[in-house]
Each structure stands twice: as C-alpha cells, then as structure tokens.
Design a protein around this ligand. Structure first.
Ligand code: NBP
Length: 482
C-alpha cells in the first residue's frame, strides 16, 4: 500500500507532524536531505509505527498514492526552491507540493503561480505551535491553489488542534500566499503579546518590588481571567522556575532578545499597506533596543539611570496592570486585524476574519480564550473595521481605560520603559480624536513643498495651495498619497 502523504524534513517540526499524522491513521513517507536521519527516525521515535522511509526524492515520489501530496518542513527560503526544482521533474500533473515552513508570503504567492504554470498544485501552509503543537495538534493556515484543498483537508484537519467546541484550528485561508500571510501576522501578534507581558513583569519587579513567588502567583491568577492564554501560562511557569541553587532562573538569563524576522516582516508589511500597526512594530524595536546591551549599560551610567519605586497599594497596582495589559492586547489585535483586512482587500483574498481568529484559538503560541471573543465579534459583524467597536471589546476598553492611563503615566514617571502599552493607548487616543493636529502638518507640507491641502469649509477632493511667505510661486506640487 502506498503512502497518503510524504514529508521532507526530519527536524523537530517534520518528525512531530509525521508522528501526529501516523497517530491519525495516515500512512506517511518520510525523507530528509541527510538520509541517515531517516534511519535514525525510523529506529527511534518512529519505531513500531506505519511510517515508511524514503532515501531519495525519486523513492519518495514512487512510494506515494496519486495525486501525490508532498509536504516540506525544511528551512525557509532558497532550500524550499531547491527542493521544488528537484521535485517537479519527478511529479505528474495535479500532484501537490505543500510548504509548511515559515515562508515569507510573497514567496508563496510566487511559488503558487510558478508551479501552477507547470501543472503542479502548491499550498503554502503556516504551521504554528512549535514541537508540542506539531506532535499533538498545531494551528495550520493553508493558502495557495484552492483546488488542492479538498485533497489535503482530511489530513490537515485531523492533525490540527481543536477548539473547546471541537472545531479544527485549520481551514482554507485564501489564494496565493494568504496562508503564510496570516501566519506572519500571527507571529507579529506573538511578538506584541510577549512584549506586553514583559512590560508588566518589569513594572511588577522593578516598580513594585514584587518577588518571583509573588509574580508567579499573580500570573497564575491572571490566567484565570480574560487573559487566559498559553503565553500567560508559560510566563507563570517561568517566573516560578528555580535553578539548582534555588534561585529564579530567569533572573540569570541575559536581557538581549533574538528574532528570526517574522515580526519585522509584519511591521514592514504594515508600513507598505499604510496600517498603523504601532504595537507590534514597537515590540520589534523593543527587541532591537534589548540587543544593544553594551550601549545600554554605557548610556545608563551616562544618565545615572534609576527606576523610581512606584509606591502606593501593590494590590491595586497589580489589578491596574492587568487591565492595562488586557486593553493593550485588544489594541494589538485590533491593529493586526486592520492589517489582515487591508491585505485581503489589496490582494483580493476575501479572507474570513472570524475564521482567522478560530485558527489561532488553539494549537498555536498566541492561543487564548480571548480569540474566542474575537471570533464572536466577527461572527456578529463580519464587516467590523475596528475590533474596539465591537460591544464586548468596547466595554472592556472603556472599563480598563482609567487604570491603563494610570499605569502608563506612572511607568513614564518612574522611568520604566513601556513601548507597547504606551503606544497602544496613544493609538486609541489618536484613533478616537475627531480633530488631530494634521491640519498643521498639511500646512507645513504646503509651506515648504507646495504639497497642497484640503479645507474644512470645502468639499473633500479639492486641493489648495497658499504662497505662505509671499516669496514662492503659485505652482503646486502634484497631489497624491502613497
Ligand atoms: P529547521 O528550520 O532547522 O530545518 C531543518 C531541515 O531543513 C532539515 O531537514 C535539514 O536537512 C533541512 N535543510 C537545511 Br537546514 N538546509 C538544507 C539544504 N541546504 N538543503 C536541503 N535541506 C536542508 O527545522 P524545523 O525547526 O523543524 O523547522 C522546519 C520549518 O518549520 C522551518 O521553515 C521553520 O521556520 C518552520 N517552523 C518551525 C517551528 C519551530 O518551533 N521549530 C515552528 C513553526 C514553523 P538536514 O537534516 O539534511 O540538515
């Protein structure tokens, strides 16, 4: 009997996805560039399963049922193109290649088109959840050639995580690179969520002087509230973890954050599309600032930097901090969904926003109860432009606002950096302000560059130029927005 699906790449993600597929009754053929790893796998984690090994791409192709389904779980980038190049001559029309790695979505758009021209169906599927998710149920975000979806749907939906209601966290996302686009935004949101938690941690530790025991307990309690999520849960665990000497291990970890680029891609995409993705972008910059360790040490000495204790009732501050975190998180997701909406419109992807929240409800790193509320918000109003306008989220934002302002103001007063919580409240303040100072900005642009302006007392679309100094000419610049 031939295999149902082939998987290329036997590192942590590939191996665990294969074992998951095997558990669900699918016959998987496993291949890896370094073929000794095929034997290691078959004699190790895959021992006693129905998993079949392949020792060349031809061998892999020969061992698969038609139309062949071949999923790559390899390093993103040129490696994927190299495998595609080697596979195509071995495949038949209608066979399916799936890239489950962290591709940049324009690459998936290109591959979908290039392969379609050669009669091969391509799926770019974002997979989230790390090792544990891959083994027990990841969130999967497939996009690309829709005609291939019915072929892979039974496998993907069987191995995916399930919501508390039993719905799979895997459904068709959209054409081209839409699946990898949604995965990219997921990762951007993950950056934002992590930074928000870190800001709350620093306020507790350096502002309120709380102990690791206290912080461990607080995060555990927070996980019983609307903040219930995987990242809050693991933060509680991390804060409670002690090294061999009985000291909090996290205290000994160097404070420089790494990054692999998906947060940066999200920020660049937001700038390209003109979407104010301020919180996620700040979270990427916060990692950049953290990476300047030596510079920070020097600058700290130069400015004699200290953090002033916050003072006041600690329990009240902790409660205020929880509200600030929750409200900021709503803004982050609101901005993320603004980006998804814009990309959907620009690329004509017709993305389903509620379904996107459902895909992230379980299995992935940003999984949370909160995503169930987002799903409900889009179910009630599929055209919702600003998540904060949904009655539930509006109520939470209004309820949290006084505490949120207090926390951000206090952090600034005490010298605690809070780029994400502060940018979130600043965004809401700007977004809810009917008249911003951009009238002055337009005047400045017109003053130095004759860029023209519209007037409040004239219809939109009529542009005016003023010779502000009496010295310039009357010629206006061409009016266009990028
Ligand atoms: P890696 O990203 O570490 O990739 C390892 C695989 O790529 C191995 O099969 C390796 O073959 C193959 N490979 C490399 Br590296 N260079 C190659 C080359 N020049 N030619 C052919 N094969 C090559 O594995 P991973 O962490 O399991 O991730 C797989 C994909 O899933 C990546 O795109 C990753 O970004 C994505 N992802 C990872 C996670 C995670 O938590 N790790 C989560 C979600 C998505 P070899 O054994 O012969 O070197």
């Amino acid at each position: 009997m031939k295999g149902d699906i082939g998987v290329i790449g036997l590192a942590v993600m590939g191996q665990n996805l294969i074992l998951n597929m095997n558990d669900r009754g699918f016959k998987v053929v496993a291949f890896n560039r370094t073929t000794s790893k095929v034997d290691d796998f078959l004699n190790g984690a895959a021992k006693g399963t129905n998993i079949i090994g392949a020792y060349s791409l031809q061998d892999l192709v020969d061992k698969l049922e038609k139309p062949r389904k071949i999923m790559m779980m390899v390093r993103a980038g040129s490696v994927v193109d190299e495998f595609i190049g080697q596979l195509v001559p071995l495949l038949d029309e209608g066979d399916i290649i799936i890239d489950g790695g962290n591709a940049n979505y324009p690459d998936s758009t290109r591959r979908t088109k290039e392969l379609a021209a050669q009669g091969i169906r391509f799926i770019g599927a974002g997979v989230s959840g790390g090792e544990e998710g891959a083994r027990n149920g990841p969130s999967i975000m497939p996009g690309g050639d829709e005609s291939a979806w019915p072929e892979i749907k039974p496998i993907f939906q069987a191995i995916a995580a399930k919501t508390p209601q039993g719905e799979p966290c895997c459904d068709w996302v959209g054409r081209d690179g839409a699946g990898h686009f949604v995965k990219m935004v997921h990762n951007g949101i993950e950056y934002g969520d992590m930074q928000l938690i870190c800001e709350a941690y620093q306020f507790m530790k350096d502002g309120l002087g709380l102990s690791y025991d206290e912080m461990h307990r607080i995060f555990k309690e927070w996980n019983q509230t609307e903040l219930d999520s995987y990242l809050i849960e693991i933060t509680a665990d991390i804060l409670g973890y002690q090294d061999e000497g009985g000291e909090p291990l996290v205290e000994k970890i160097l404070d420089t954050a790494g990054q692999k680029g998906t947060g940066k891609w999200t920020g660049i995409n937001a700038l390209d599309l003109g979407i104010p993705l301020t919180l996620i972008s700040e979270s990427v910059f916060a990692r950049c600032v953290s990476a300047f360790k030596e510079q920070r040490v020097e600058a700290g000495k130069l400015f004699g930097k200290t953090i002033t204790p916050v003072g006041g009732d600690k329990t009240e501050w902790v409660n205020a901090l929880r509200q600030a975190l929750l409200a900021s998180k709503i803004i982050s997701y609101a901005q993320g969904f603004m980006l998804i909406r814009e990309a959907s419109e620009v690329n004509d992807w017709a993305l389903n926003y509620g379904n996107t929240a459902l895909l992230w409800r379980e299995g992935c790193i940003i999984r949370s109860a909160f995503l169930g509320n987002i799903r409900d918000a889009y179910a009630a109003n599929p055209d919702l432009v600003f998540l904060g306008a949904d009655p539930y989220f509006k109520g939470v934002l209004e309820n949290c606002l006084p505490a949120w302002r207090k926390v951000v103001a206090k952090a600034i007063e005490c010298g605690i950096a809070m780029p994400c919580m502060a940018s979130a409240i600043t965004f809401l303040d700007g977004y809810t302000t009917e008249r911003l100072p951009a009238n002055l900005l337009q005047a400045q642009r017109d003053y130095f560059g004759a860029h023209t302006y519209e007037r409040t007392d004239k219809p939109r679309g009529e542009f005016f130029h003023t010779n502000w100094t009496g010295k310039g000419g009357d010629t206006a610049s061409t009016t266009y927005d990028i």
